[in-house]
Design a protein. Structure first.
Lengths: 155, 155
DNA sequence: TATTAAACAGTAATAATAACTGTTAGCGGG
DNA sequence: CCCGCTAACAGTTATTATTACTGTTTAATA
């Protein structure tokens, strides 16, 4: 039998496909809502399981961003993110291309350093517009911002 | 009445005191276990409430580190942290003193940038020693690494 | 000291995620 | 092209960190 954990199921493929269409990094539940349009009988557990698996395989990236639910990014290469403190939305951000490892001692605090992540917090354009202090929930439609020309999703 | 949210209760004071004694940044539950030695009747909710309050006041820092429970740091100034992927322990790390805001456009991705955090992941000295792949839980005693000479806790 | 609201202890609720169970369906061998 | 095996599935339940609720206590002011 071929590599375990790599069986090509329709569910796994569609979870990945739909994630790749998004530039706003969705939560598992948000992606579940989107995937259900194509697979109405898919279960939330399957979405979680596949997102976890794809993360382990290095195909996608799990963003355990500060504060609330994990979010997922179809771009597995390390890059900085920014999270809206009002609505929780997460976007890529063009941070200075710093060498975040260069300044570290090889053996910082006795740790073997594996990787790092740089996260910003801020207020997203939509929440800046509606400048009320009430937190917003993004609607299902707002999450779907398909990236039709596939060019801007490579950072 | 004086400033609300600043009533000096024994519970709040001891929660802060015990947090300040630690260099390993504990979770709310870990700190609860420690504080209970001095206040056996304190409730977990009180620990959560005070940690949240002290964070709002800027006295301490809440570390919503990747993956699991929030951790707390008596040092509110921004500085980098490293988290052990095996046991979850979080320590300060001396990162290069980078200007993480300098390279950002004023209006990155349309966001108003508020702050940022730099987190590393790695394997802590203890988990490097016991190089088995099984995850370790730190014992209550291990969390208590009091910083008796008060000098090394300023980063 | 009396008053009053903030904070408390104890408990229940919430919500994200993981685990469990019986069923379905990729995929290599025949 | 079908068989059998097992990973993966749908549906459900359990776990766990955190928050909210309720009646009681207590710090700070009058």
């Amino acid at each position: 039998m071929s590599d375990p954990e790599r069986r090509n199921t329709r569910q796994r493929q569609i979870v990945l496909e739909e994630l790749q269409k998004l530039t706003s990094h969705p939560t598992a539940a948000e992606l579940y809502d989107i995937v259900r349009r194509r697979l109405p009988r898919i279960s939330l557990g399957t979405v979680y399981r596949n997102l976890e698996l794809l993360t382990r395989l290095g195909t996608i990236q799990k963003l355990d961003v500060a504060g609330d639910e994990a979010r997922f990014d179809a771009n597995a290469r390390p890059h900085a993110h920014i999270r809206c403190v009002r609505c929780g939305r997460v976007d890529d951000i063009l941070a200075p291309p710093l060498d975040l490892f260069g300044g570290l001692a090889n053996d910082s605090a006795g740790y073997q350093v594996l990787d790092c992540c740089l996260q910003y917090r801020g207020i997203c354009p939509k929440c800046r517009g509606s400048s009320s202090s009430t937190a917003r929930e993004p609607s299902a439609e707002e999450i779907i911002d398909r990236n039709d020309d596939g060019s801007t999703h490579s950072h």
